[in-house]
Design a binder for this molecule. Structure first.
Ligand code: HAM
Length: 456
């Protein structure tokens, strides 16, 4: 924070000073600081991010999704027309500005519209369908910053094009579910169907009629929603509106047989997959492009969890593709907020609900002396290339310190390379459980390790 008329006395690194704030509390002030709502992801948090990234890649590979990347900066109209006027994202949260050519651009607030744009623009509809795509990318929303709400955040998401099969929706829910459950994190799926456009329009008329008579009992936001975006009335969290919401007409009653049949099939598949879900007739999602299936994912742990809102959400958006200028097709997908996921994992680890996956290491290399260190680098590279997981610390010279590190990592074997071994082209293989050591030729050591690891 820059303080006006302040002469900075900097700390050793030259970046900050300690000062009393208005309440007299000692605080550190920085010459340069983050913009409000932005955050750094520091190395100490990596352990909560990495398992999700690894799991995302694993799931995508397993379910045959291919990665897509699109630019952060897009034509603002792309989101105004798809996410929709009257939604919080478009009305309040877009980072929108004119570029130097006077074009109205924005930092993407979500990815689905960008992926649909790419699907149409690059003729991806002409590839064998269904086409399954995934992404891991930063999004930007000028949201009110609070826990779990950032102005730049990361989403892992999947989108499937070209199939209206309910099995697609269930597979997407399965992936979103596995994203957490594979790491031992319990989650709950909330699900609803908001039907086809015509069904929803009829429902909205009934909803408006129901709410109109109760206008004077509504909160100020709901009074606005009633005129601007009535479906969002079902999203209200205010106590004063709850009894009215509880008695509101339910959208499922307005679905015709085809939409109803589609939804029943999605639920049947989820039952078959043993994915627990809760039907929630008030779930309508905050973006305008959905039809039929909609769902959200929440932490399933009571108590002190502070993930602030949904971990992820998604649904079907069939009309969007034609609406954005493509041939009529089908689309369905989800996105998960990785910051919220990482926060959930951190809290769950602290509460011992789950543990971080162990980074398994097969072998540690300890070296002693200049020549040994030089040879060690080449050896480490060769062993890594052979596919084994290896650790080492070339800045340490004490064998004891290096063996302590190896013990800490619980590796089954340590390779010890001293001056003598470096000169005669050998290396000592130490079995960590027993302390037994054997000298082998250095160019045979990768093979020897592989053999021993296999036999364990
Ligand atoms: P969304 O519900 O707007 O859906 O966002 C998905 C997830 O992104 C949220 O559940 C939340 O975890 C995370 N998220 C949203 N805003 C923030 C924020 N300000 N800070 C941190 N995390 C946030 C979509 O974006 C749709 N595109 C999902 C989708 C994909 N539907 C179909 N395909």
């Amino acid at each position: 924070m820059f303080i006006k008329n302040q002469v900075f006395k900097t700390n050793n690194a030259g970046a900050s000073i300690r000062q009393s704030d208005k309440k007299g509390k000692q605080k550190e002030f920085f010459k340069y600081t983050l913009l409000r709502g932005m955050h750094d992801i520091l190395p100490r948090e990596e352990k909560y991010w990495r398992p999700f990234r690894d799991n995302a890649v694993k799931l995508a590979d397993h379910f045959l999704y291919r990665q897509i990347e699109t630019p952060v900066l897009e034509d603002a109209n792309l989101f105004i027309r798809s996410v929709g006027k009257g939604t919080d994202i478009v009305d309040k949260e877009m980072y929108i500005f004119e570029d130097r050519d006077g074009k109205k651009v924005c930092l993407r607030p979500e990815m689905t519209a960008s992926v649909v744009r790419a699907y149409i623009m690059h003729g991806l509809w002409s590839l064998p369908q269904p086409l399954k795509l995934w992404y891991w990318a930063p999004m930007f929303r000028h949201d009110r910053p609070q826990a779990g709400r950032y102005r730049q955040f990361t989403q892992f998401g999947c989108e499937v094009f070209g199939s209206d099969d309910p099995a697609v929706d269930s597979e997407l829910i399965l992936m979103a579910y596995n994203f957490f459950v594979d790491l031992g994190l319990p989650v709950q799926i909330k699900i609803n169907s908001i039907g086809a456009t015509e069904e929803r329009n009829k429902y909205i008329s009934a909803l408006v009629e129901y709410y109109r008579g109760k206008r004077s009992y509504l909160c100020d936001d709901c009074k606005k929603r009633l005129n601007k975006n009535p479906l969002r009335l079902l999203d209200c969290k205010q106590e004063q509106c709850k009894p009215i919401k509880d008695e509101a007409p339910q959208i499922l009653e307005w679905l015709e047989s085809e939409s109803k049949g589609h939804f029943m099939k999605v639920l049947e598949y989820l039952d078959e997959l043993a994915i627990p879900y809760a039907l929630d007739h008030t779930l309508v999602r905050g973006l305008d492009y959905y039809n039929r299936t909609v769902f959200e994912i929440y932490p399933a742990v009571d108590g002190e969890m502070n993930t602030q809102g949904a971990l992820g959400g998604g649904g079907r958006y069939d009309p969007l593709i034609e609406q954005m200028g493509g041939h009529p097709s089908f689309g369905s997908g989800f996105s998960i907020g990785v910051e919220r996921a990482a926060q959930y994992l951190k809290q769950a680890c602290e509460q011992q609900i789950c543990a971080l996956p162990k980074a398994e290491c097969n072998v540690y290399v300890a070296q002693l002396g200049d020549q040994a260190r030089r040879n060690a680098l080449k050896l480490i590279n060769n062993i890594r290339n052979s596919g084994l997981k290896i650790d080492y610390n070339l800045t340490k010279n004490s064998l004891k310190v290096q063996l302590d590190s190896a013990n800490g990592l619980k590796v089954p074997y340590t390779l010890i390379l001293g001056q003598k071994e470096a000169l005669d082209g050998t290396i000592i293989v130490r079995e960590m459980d027993t302390g037994k050591q054997q000298t082998v030729k250095i160019d045979k050591v990768a093979e020897e390790l592989r053999k021993r690891l296999k036999a364990r």
